[in-house]
Design a protein around this ligand. Structure first.
Ligand SMILES: C[S@@+](CC[C@H](N)C(=O)[O-])C[C@H]1O[C@@H](n2cnc3c(N)ncnc32)[C@H](O)[C@@H]1O
Length: 404
């Protein structure tokens, strides 16, 4: 990977941080996500769905509640972006099978957007056992199909635009932070893009440089009223959120995005992880996870007026609003083994403790505007139509609800 990047830089000059990140993570041959199973204690990092099944179960309840709030449409596509090991989808599907009396009438299908062949095989094993097959040609939009034990169809895609249209609930957990960011520095001559170049002092090593003149990205992606001295913009994430917003506006549904992030306040968040430790982002590209905090204020801005946005709220608030405490009590009551009880308590603490993942991770959602009693834009004919209907139920997770 380093040789590939240095020869490219020698041929055409410094590359943007977005190009560097895209190559390092998703190059089809040597990209970090394409070659590795990086999740879990033996990998480079651990995520909430891998920490406790309760996490996926509560997201499953959220999906069911949004499906009910949308008037129980007959067909429901569950779409997950970047499904990792498939644990979140598996826990969500268990909720659906346990709530058959509620969701039994819906025709459910699962759609997974995943670039990694290694991870897609793990997902297939977890979700379908041996009941999945790869497409016979590499360029097919659906590159794998399968069926869960309960007969639910599962399809794999490399890109969101290949997922069929229709009422869908989209999930993206720790997905947007893996998308390439551009970095910009305020200078005395205006905004300049941060680039990746070869370090002239040390052969075969990379360094950051500031572009001497504006690039297309620095002229178009920085807001005119930006006050920070350094900003990161994930243009690819912006395009994806626009696609989600258009789909939700046209076909109904919702998107739940959970990630570590901020609301337009942070500056330099680009970092690497290897073996659960911080890793120099420019060292050994392709061997470590690269990530940047998600700027939710940017996602809200690009989502536009066609959908309603809620959040971000902290993971702690979301999980508590979703009833994690009641669920914990039920699990602890039925668990007599001391070490399993301790494990449950530890994972609850990791997920909700403000000093751990509880406040670092944020939840944000896009909704069809008809889903809210008072959508953020309070004028226009839609409000008149809504007045004649009963008020829709509150959106779980983003509002405090009582659970029994
Ligand atoms: C940080 S992992 C998160 C996995 C999982 N959602 C979890 O929370 O455990 C990022 C996931 O997104 C996938 N991914 C990264 N970039 C992608 C892209 N551009 N398109 C599709 N999938 C991508 C990775 O292969 C991986 O499955």
């Amino acid at each position: 990977m380093l040789r590939h990047l240095t020869s490219r830089i020698k041929a055409t000059g410094p590359i943007t941080v977005a190009e560097y990140m895209r190559e390092a993570l998703t190059n089809p041959v040597t990209g970090y996500y394409v070659r590795n199973d990086m999740l879990g204690p033996d990998g480079d990092f651990i995520t909430s769905p891998e920490i406790s099944q309760i996490f996926g179960e509560l997201l499953g309840v959220w999906i069911v509640s949004e499906w009910i709030g949308a008037g129980r449409p007959e067909r429901l596509q569950l779409v997950e972006l970047g499904p990792g090991k498939g644990s979140l989808a598996s826990d969500v599907l268990r909720v659906f099978s346990q709530l058959q009396s509620v969701v039994g009438g819906a025709s459910l299908s699962l759609h997974l957007v995943e670039v990694s062949p290694v991870l897609s095989r793990l997902q297939a094993q977890k979700l379908t056992g041996s009941h999945s097959r790869e497409a016979d040609a590499e360029d097919k939009p659906v590159y794998r199909r399968g069926e869960t034990a309960a007969g639910l169809p599962v399809s794999w895609y490399r890109r969101l635009e290949d997922v069929p249209t229709g009422f869908s609930i989209f999930l993206a957990h720790e997905f947007f932070d893996a998308l390439p960011i551009h970095k910009f520095q305020r200078t005395q001559r205006g905004w300049r893009e941060v680039m990746v170049d070869i370090d002239p002092e040390k052969t075969e090593q990379l360094r950051f440089v500031v572009a001497p003149s504006p690039t297309l990205a620095s002229s178009t992606l920085v807001q005119a009223d930006e006050r920070r001295a350094h900003v990161e913009v994930c243009a690819e994430g912006g395009v994806l959120v626009q696609q989600l917003a258009w789909r939700i506006e046209a076909d109904g549904g919702a998107a739940l995005i959970a990630d570590y992030g901020h609301d337009g306040t942070k500056t330099d968040t680009f970092r690497g992880f290897k073996g659960h430790r911080l890793h120099d982002v420019l060292s050994c590209p392709g061997s470590a996870d690269l990530t940047a905090d998600v700027d939710f204020s940017f996602l809200r801005r690009v989502a536009g007026e066609g959908v309603a946005c809620l959040g971000p709220v902290t993971q702690r608030t979301f999980l508590k609003n979703m009833g994690i405490d009641s669920r914990m009590q039920v699990l602890l009551r039925s668990c007599s083994d001391a070490s399993t009880r301790q494990q449950l308590i530890d994972s609850y603490d990791l997920l909700t403790n403000a000093a751990k993942m509880g406040e670092r991770f944020l939840f944000f959602c896009l909704l069809h505007r008809g889903r809210l009693a008072h959508p953020p834009r309070p004028d226009g004919p839609k409000l008149e139509i809504r007045k004649k209907r009963p008020a829709p139920p509150p959106v779980a997770g983003f509002t405090e609800l009582s659970f029994s």
